[in-house]
Every structure is written in structure tokens, then in C-alpha cells.
Design a binder for this molecule. Structure first.
Ligand code: NAD
Length: 468
């Protein structure tokens, strides 16, 4: 069996104590992960701090090349990493699965090389010179979730390193193995200590996010944990980027063609079996098309194979872990108890692992838990509305504000409504598509700060204003 190891200061660190990582497609083992300790976190932060002294003064060209080199080694090892990712996360290789995630890692790493943060000249005349420079921050702590572990890891790592910081990443204990291997691979093109990884239980998270020598925390995960991370960062006033939960609403206007949009709705709600922060998680449909939308959406979805990530016929994989599966099942049964109608899926068969059928719930209503809470799984509630103002009000009533979408043939009308949605991103006739140059982040309790593009890169810097 492969022995997985942490990488600290460019060195392989194995542990005799390990924990089992479950393959969610089978319930069997995906591998043994080293159980890191507080001492390992301290060693990783110390290594990153030492490396920062030299990495922070490298030229921009060196750091751009590092991003290109990271993209290249990720491409060279994509097959190995995608196999490992599929085994521990559950997503199949094909479609928008593990291979797609590895492709995203390469695109984001490569694109980060092309971003520019030029010196801004505020004043340059006979009276003097004022320039604004962007400086790195120091050691960045990266904490990642289990849904897109490698892509989100790269979203943290690439801009941090490009801006001249050094990194300690701690992946989710549900999906740590692919990150361990990815960091090992990335270390072949980075100086020792620039990128370190520590694995262990959730308890190790606060040790890292509260560490006095960490200057910034970039965290992607649930809102509940994000609040704890924010509190732990207060002691030394760390900089923060928090990408948190969402409960994205989609609103269908009466002029859409239910059959034409069925495939778009499907991917909007069910990419990665619904375990995606900016998935559509509640769908508001006008009364006049409600039954047709339910029928066409269910007809398209019924043909999609959900199964083991190792099965090449699977389009979507299992729910990643037992706790999330239990939450999804609880929300479905609560919705049924409250009078909602299951029009597709609903109950698990006796398949192994955490495989759950794609589930559509009609006659869902605001106030039901399935609508008000983030389900983060392969189930979508469909809510009927008759007045679009009511739909917008309901969509905006959430404490979350990550994404939203409006669907219509009339793009101008959709745009007007889209701009009224309280969300960090809003899409028209789609939901959840990302671009490495387009800022991404949540409003309200979906997060703090921005990722991607120059806006995202700026978050890994501080400003120094020079007066001469
Ligand atoms: P989680 O909050 O349970 O865990 C995320 C990470 O935080 C894990 O690595 C975990 O070990 C670590 N952690 C746990 N307690 C900690 C603490 N006290 N201090 C520091 N770290 C701690 O989230 P999850 O279940 O892994 O991921 C699912 C959630 O992530 C969903 O809510 C989803 O919407 C959200 N998410 C958001 C985005 C985004 O970009 N906004 C992207 C992906 C996932």
C-alpha cells in the first residue's frame, strides 16, 4: 500500500500513527493518512517562516515561473492525482469529475502567472513622488474542505506563492491523501519550505489558524467553522479570506422553455453530486411552467448514472462522507413530513458506500429545512411562485449570499433582476460557472474577501505607500 507523507521544509515526514481515509464509493479504505501533531504544525510554520525570508524578495519573474512550473508538474502527474482524488473523494474521473478538477488546477496555477500587480503611481511631479507597492504578508495558512480538495488547494496556494508568501496547507481529514501527494509533487519545483502540508483531525485546524507566526488565513469550508477561524485569527489580527457556505437560489421566469433548460438546470444543481459551494440549492419556478419544469428536469436527471467513482459509466459519484449522507437523508425525510413531494430519487438502494440517488423535491416551501438550510448533496427543492417580487424576496431572505441565478429568454429583463440578488456572483441562464480572472466570493455569511484574478491576488498582499 502507498505510504502517504507530509512535506515539511521540503522533506518527507512520515508518522507511525495514521488514520484511515474512507473510499466513499465502497466504504472501504482509500489509504492511511499520517496523523500530524501540534509539533508538526509548529515545524511547518517555522519552515515557512524561514523560507519566507528569501522567497519574499525573489523577483516577480521567478514567482511567475514558479506558477508555470506548478501548472506543468500538475499536468505531468494529472493521471495519478485524478485517480487518487477519485478514490478518496468519490467523484468519477470523467465529465466534470476528477480529471476536470485536475484541469482546473492547471488552469488556475498557470493563469496566476499572468496576473500583474504593478506599482501604482499616485503622484509624480515637482513636489514629489507617491507610489503604492504591493508586499507579501508572510506565512499563509490554508484550510481546505473535502468537495474539491485539489482545486481549492490550488486556489489558495498559487496566488499566495505568486505574491511572495509561503504556505502551510491543512486539508480536510476526509480527503487528505491527494493533497499530500500534490504538495509532494509541487515541492519538486519550489524551494524547500515555500509550501508545506500537515494532515490530522479537525483539532489541528485551530492550532494552525491561531498560530502567532501565521500572517494570513485563507479558509474554505462551512460558515460555522469560518466563524471559529475568524475568532482564532483575532489574537494577532491576521488577514483573512473566508469562502463559506451557500444556499444559492435560482429563479426561473415564465418565458423559459422547460425542455431546453433541463440540462443546464441539472448541472447547476448537481455538479459533484451537489457538493459544491456555488451549486443551485433552491429553485424558484413560476406557477405557469411549474409542472412542465418538474417533468422535464426529472426526465433529464433520471437518465444520469450515479455510482462508484471507479465505474467509468458513472457520471456522478457518492456523497463524500457518512455525516453528510445522514444530513441529506434527514433533510429529505423532513421535507416529506412537511408535505413536499418527491418526484425523483428519494431513497438509497442497497448500494455500497455513500451513493445516494439524485433527488428532486416538488411542492417545497420556504420555511422547510430543505429550502432554508444548505443541503450540500444530490437533492434539490423546487418552490412554486406566482409573483417574481415574492421570489426575489425569498431568495434574498437567506443569511447566505454566495451565488444566485435568473433564467429567461429576455436577457435584459433577467439582468435587471440578477442585479437585485444579494449574492457575490450571479448568473443568467446558468449557475456556478467560474473563470480564473473573474472575482469570486460571498456576501453576508457566505464569506469575507475575494478569490481569483487580480482582486484575489491583492488579498495575499499588503499595501506599502512610498513617499519621496
Ligand atoms: P468544514 O467547515 O467542516 O471543514 C473545512 C476545513 O476546516 C477542514 O479542513 C476541517 O478540518 C477544518 N476545520 C474544522 N474545524 C476547524 C477549526 N475550528 N479551525 C480551523 N479549521 C477547522 O467544511 P466541509 O464540510 O469540509 O466543507 C463543506 C462546506 O464548505 C460547505 O458549507 C460548503 O458550502 C463550503 N464550501 C465553500 C466554498 C466557497 O468557495 N465558498 C467552496 C467549497 C466548500
Amino acid at each position: 500500500m502507498t505510504q502517504f507523507a507530509m512535506t515539511i521544509d521540503g522533506k518527507v515526514v512520515t508518522k507511525t500513527e495514521t488514520f484511515n481515509v474512507i473510499n466513499p464509493s465502497t466504504g472501504g479504505s482509500a489509504g492511511q493518512c499520517p496523523s500530524g501533531t501540534v509539533d508538526d504544525v509548529n515545524a511547518a510554520v517555522a519552515a515557512a517562516k524561514t523560507a519566507y525570508a528569501s522567497w519574499s524578495i525573489t523577483s516577480d519573474d521567478v514567482r511567475k515561473q514558479a506558477c508555470r512550473d506548478m501548472a506543468a508538474v500538475l499536468a505531468a502527474h494529472a493521471n495519478e492525482l485524478a485517480t487518487l482524488l477519485s478514490t478518496e473523494q468519490g467523484k468519477p474521473r470523467g465529465g466534470l469529475g476528477a480529471d476536470f478538477e485536475l484541469g482546473g488546477c492547471q488552469v488556475w496555477a498557470g493563469n496566476t502567472a499572468e496576473l500583474e500587480l504593478p506599482v501604482e503611481v499616485i503622484k509624480d511631479d515637482n513636489e514629489g513622488l507617491i507610489e503604492v507597492h504591493r508586499k507579501p504578508l508572510g506565512v499563509v495558512a490554508s484550510i481546505t474542505p473535502w468537495n474539491w480538495p485539489l482545486m481549492i488547494g490550488i486556489w489558495h496556494i498559487a496566488p499566495a506563492i505568486r505574491a511572495g508568501n509561503t504556505v502551510v496547507i491543512k486539508p480536510s481529514p476526509y480527503t487528505p491523501l491527494s493533497t499530500l501527494r500534490m504538495v509532494e509533487i509541487l515541492n519538486t519545483v519550489l524551494p524547500a519550505g515555500v509550501l508545506n502540508v500537515v494532515t490530522g483531525p479537525d483539532d489541528l485546524g485551530p492550532v494552525l489558524t491561531g498560530h502567532a507566526d501565521v500572517a494570513k488565513v485563507t479558509f474554505t469550508g462551512s460558515t460555522e467553522t469560518g466563524k471559529k477561524v475568524m475568532a482564532s485569527a483575532a489574537g494577532t489580527l491576521k488577514r483573512l479570506t473566508l469562502e463559506l457556505g451557500g444556499n444559492d437560489a435560482g429563479i426561473l421566469l415564465p418565458d423559459v422553455d422547460p425542455r431546453q433548460i433541463a440540462e443546464g438546470l441539472f448541472w447547476s444543481a448537481f455538479i459533484n453530486s451537489g457538493q459544491t459551494c456555488a451549486c443551485m440549492k433552491r429553485l424558484y419556478v413560476h406557477d405557469s411552467i411549474y409542472e412542465d419544469v418538474c417533468k422535464e428536469f426529472a426526465a433529464f436527471t433520471a437518465n444520469i448514472k450515479v455510482g462508484s467513482g471507479a465505474d467509468t459509466n458513472s457520471v456522478l459519484g457518492p456523497i463524500q462522507n457518512a455525516a453528510q449522507l445522514a444530513k441529506v437523508e434527514d433533510l429529505i425525510s423532513d421535507a416529506v413530513d412537511q408535505g413536499a413531494r418527491i418526484i425523483l430519487g428519494g431513497k438509497r438502494s442497497t448500494e455500497a458506500g455513500y451513493i445516494h440517488p439524485l433527488t428532486l423535491i416538488a411542492d417545497a416551501k420556504d420555511g422547510m429545512r430543505i429550502v432554508d438550510e444548505e443541503q450540500f448533496g444530490p437533492v434539490l427543492p423546487i418552490i412554486r411562485y406566482s409573483n417574481v417580487e415574492d421570489a426575489i424576496k425569498a431568495a434574498n431572505a437567506s443569511s447566505m449570499g454566495l451565488g444566485a441565478s435568473v433564467w429567461s429568454k429576455d436577457i435584459a429583463a433577467a439582468k435587471k433582476l440578477a442585479l437585485r440578488m444579494e449574492s457575490g456572483s450571479v448568473w443568467i441562464n446558468g449557475h456556478g460557472g467560474l473563470n480564473p480572472n473573474a472575482p469570486f466570493g460571498g456576501v453576508k455569511q457566505s464569506g469575507l474577501g475575494t478569490e481569483f484574478g487580480t482582486e484575489g491576488l491583492k488579498e495575499f498582499t499588503s499595501i506599502q505607500t512610498l513617499h519621496a
